[in-house]
Design a protein around this ligand. Sequence first.
Ligand code: SF4
Length: 449
Amino acid sequence: MALTGLDIFKKLPKTNCGECGVPTCMAFAMKLAARQVEIVLCPYVSDEAKAELSEASAAPIKKITLGTGDYAFNIGEETIMYRHEKTFVNPAAFGVVIDDAADDATIVNKAKSAQAMEYERVEQKLRPRVVGIKATSGSADKFAAAVAKAAENTKLPLILISDDPATVKAGLDIVKDNKPLVYGADSNNFQAMADLAKEAGVPLAVKAATLEELADVSEKVIAAGVKDIVLAPQAKDAAEGLKDLVYIRRAALRQKYKPLGFPTITFPANGIADPELEMALAGVHLMKYGGLIMMNDLDPARVLPLLVLQQNIYTDPQKPMQMSEGIYEIGEPKDDSPVLLTTNFSLTYFIVSGEVEASRVPTWLCVMDVEGLSVLTAWAAGKFVPEKIAEFVKKSGINDKVKHHNMILPGYVAQISGELDEELSDWKVIVGPREAGDIPHYLKSWSAG
Ligand code: SF4
């Protein structure tokens, strides 16, 4: 059972030295109980207490790291079933599977595309993060050659996929320093796979057709000395697969069942030829509760919506997604282009900027920081009011970019236009459309004069 702040406090030195970054041992204990800090920050706690508190404060789903350097990432470390309870911690990672029997050009192309694919949305970089090499050729040499070829063409961490320990070893010898995932141990090969993973210091995926068997293999691999595990349930169909993922999460969180206290890996296309169905299942696995989601290919038309869904699922529901305050240039605005004002709630930004783009009228979009609230909410909260807007406009630098000084105000706050006119004496405030959908028509008929 998780320790309370008071339980933790009893095991701390109680000197209140502040070296952990908080002023008192009690405050540190409370933060530790809330998993906001790690026990290693206290240099004076005894080794015995450190071991006990590390164990007690660890997330019920272990954090697993793949890769090294800039492309390393974590999965797991989750503490909740549902996003509205708190927030998910480490986003599920999408990846692509490359067949080792494929020709060199295909391997190079898939590895390079995975590396190159990146989208920026709400100032976050969204991208696939892992590449799997699957042994289907039946040759350890061919597998090793495919691993080497992929590693030359991508810095993303690799997953070495084979049931044969000798084949995995051939690939591992090439990339073990980059912390790949070995996939995978089953009830037949677990000892040899565990030995390989332990020796190389890399995580190991365990797989089985039923959850009972999965837990059994996981326990055996733990007993063999492997600490970092990824679970690969092998259900016979999509419905059973979803059920397995939910049961694993529940067993880890609610029952604190250690053999299933690890992140998962899924292959949504398993036995499915239809890429649209693969995408739909990948979306299901993203929401419940895939850690690594491996796709047959990375068609941008299917991957981008999944990455956007991932961004939405893994943002903190207690903090609105927001854009940075500033002036955004849409098209190539000039000194006679219209100036629109809006707030930095990301959804507001995307809707407004999308409609401005659709109008094909180059525009200056002034986005004011109101802590991520929409226009009406920000106004009601006293954050999007004439005095504050005037302050923002003056410091934004928009004055120097245009010669006309006409500011288009969102129609939803038409009631503040008079007062804003007074606050912004060198600007003329014009009430724009209430609905973003009317922006294209409005901008096309707009004239600086
Ligand atoms: Fe207490 Fe340790 Fe923090 Fe010092 S560093 S205040 S002893 S918890």
